[in-house]
Design a protein around this ligand. Sequence first.
Ligand SMILES: Cc1cc2nc3c(=O)[nH]c(=O)nc-3n(C[C@H](O)[C@H](O)[C@H](O)COP(=O)(O)O)c2cc1C
Length: 225
Amino acid sequence: MSESMLFRDVVRERHSMRNFLPHPVPEDILRSVLEDAQHSPSNCNTQPWQTHIVSGSKRDALSKAILAADDAGQLTPDFSFGIDDFSGVYRKRYKEQGAAYYQAIGVKRDDYDLRRDASRRNLEFFGAPHVALLFMPEVGDNVRVAGDIGMYAQTLLLSLTAHGLGGVPQTMLGFYGETIRKELGVDPSLKLLFGISLGYPDMAHPANQYRINKVSVGESVIFHQ
Ligand SMILES: Cc1cc2nc3c(=O)[nH]c(=O)nc-3n(C[C@H](O)[C@H](O)[C@H](O)COP(=O)(O)O)c2cc1C
């Protein structure tokens, strides 16, 4: 894959990668991806994203600190999240995603130990050599800024694909906001929305071989004229 891929191919090729090869991304390529992400739109041109890219020994130390926080039950999310808040079609879709992932990696529905291990892979960045932590300032009810971070994240994810790389956005990393701020020396005024583990995806791994169904335009869009 290369930067000359057609836009529609890049969009369709991008999917969440949950297993990575260990070798790091050369700095010039990483910078090129981050340059692309800077071109994202934002409310009133505020460009409120504050991104920390963590690699090497610092990445290992960060993962260790998050796993320790998880072991100690120290969850410190900056924003609320409850899986049971999803109902109806949203609940159906999240359950389908979970089932597809666990089936792909050979974990049975009722094997809670293996499911927990698989979930903890989030905290090991799925073996990725880099993780991007997406921080944001608090502004009003935060909805607009969170939208801007989403715009930025998607540009970054598409650029990863165009560069032959892959990533996975992870709300789960946002559950350890205080631990991550402390490890990286980030000011408490900056809130962690989510992280993106990134690198060269291991395409031979079953976690990267299944694709999630996308609903049709007809289910999401209503035309008026
Ligand atoms: C903001 C955001 C947070 C996410 N958090 C997680 C996460 O914590 N762990 C995970 O494995 N996947 C996470 N995902 C990935 C979604 O499960 C995935 O995007 C969705 O199932 C659609 O699949 P696709 O990305 O392959 O198109 C997240 C996605 C987004 C956009």
